[in-house]
Design a protein around this ligand. Structure first.
Ligand code: ATP
Length: 327
């Protein structure tokens, strides 16, 4: 495909704080560089439903501080079939779109990669997911904000836990990635953290809790990532209670409140940098890449490489540190 005149931009998969700041940045960079911009609503579903709207600089006024995504998001089954993607391609071409910027997670990238190859349309992806589970970038959009939201919740739970001498199990998001659990747990002074990446036996956890209790702690907080292998916070709490009833035990599931809220300054700046870079990479002739940040430098990684490698963002010494700091 020769020359880019109109870029289509969309968000897909789970929403994440910072997506709007990224939309704003990509739209304004594209306009500045002489391109037209089409917003595609509800991710891939919007391509199939022809849900498009021309965007100008004012379309993205006053959104940098908003959580969620003004372009909406969706999970689209039809896009997983070649017929669905063919229909999507016909619709975006009819709308004059000749390049795409996709903001989302690995599912979104998988769809973008196959779509771009099948129909020879340039695509640049931006990592937007609170899980921080993508290879090729130190951080994904929304992760910093979500971690701060969890820390705020832990601080509040600590107040009530300490007043009643309670043991709290706080379940946080992370089916496969323990990034939020580990970092929010450390920042919130958690006594133990259970992660999807590392199995923790209930007996070992009880030993840790006994140690905390024997040093006259007035409260204990255990952070449980939703994908940890024992079966989630309620299950762990029941198992612990059966073996160790020193404390009054409570469970809090933070759930979807972790996805919402105004993006942190870190996420706003990252989103601005990645949206800007995505447009510039498209104009430089790049395709099927993810823009990311590594060591404060904006980088690009082929989608095939991003999708075939596992992100390793948990340093072993951090879990050891959690134990040391819990004495
Ligand atoms: P999150 O990490 O927040 O869940 P995600 O981008 O991984 O975000 P998914 O629901 O996995 O979210 O994927 C988003 C959309 O990408 C899917 O609804 C589907 O339309 C498309 N998609 C995912 N996998 C494929 C695939 N193998 N082929 C084509 N499209 C796909």
């Amino acid at each position: 495909m020769q020359g880019i005149n109109k870029v289509g931009i969309f968000t897909s998969g789970g929403d994440a704080p910072g997506m709007n700041a990224c939309i704003r940045s990509a739209v304004r960079t594209a306009l500045h560089d002489g391109l037209s911009v089409m917003g595609i609503y509800h991710g891939y579903q919007g391509m199939i439903d022809r849900n498009f709207s021309e965007m100008n600089s004012r379309s993205v006024s006053n959104i940098i501080q908003l959580g969620g995504t003004i372009l909406k998001t969706a999970r689209c089954r039809d896009f997983q079939s070649p017929e669905g993607r063919k229909q999507a391609y016909e619709h975006i071409r009819a709308a004059g779109i000749d390049a795409l910027i996709a903001i989302g997670g690995d599912g979104t990238f998988t769809g973008a990669e196959v779509f771009s190859r099948e129909h020879d349309i340039p695509v640049v992806c931006v990592p937007g997911t609170i899980d921080n589970d993508l290879y090729g970038t130190d951080f994904t959009l929304g992760y910093d904000t979500a971690t701060n939201t969890v820390i705020e919740a832990i601080d509040k739970i600590r107040d009530t836990a300490a007043s009643h001498d309670r043991l709290f199990f706080v379940e946080v998001m992370g089916r496969d990635s323990g990034c939020i659990a580990l970092n929010a747990g450390i920042a919130g002074g958690a006594e133990a953290i259970l992660l999807p990446e590392k199995e923790t036996a209930i007996e070992a956890l009880c030993d840790q809790l006994s140690l905390a209790a024997s040093s006259n702690k007035s409260s204990t907080i255990v952070i449980v990532a939703e994908g940890e292998k024992n079966g989630g916070a309620y299950h762990v709490a029941r198992e612990v209670k059966a073996r160790f009833d020193f404390y009054d035990t409570k469970v809090t599931i933070l759930g979807h409140l972790q996805r919402g809220g105004s993006p942190s300054s870190f996420d706003r700046v990252l989103a601005s940098r990645l949206g800007f870079a995505a447009v510039r990479q498209l104009l430089a002739g790049e395709t099927r890449i993810m823009v990311g940040i590594q060591g404060n430098k904006i980088t690009s990684t082929p989608l095939t490489e991003a999708l075939s490698n596992k992100a390793v963002k948990l340093e072993k010494d951090m879990l050891e540190m959690v134990k040391v700091l819990a004495i």
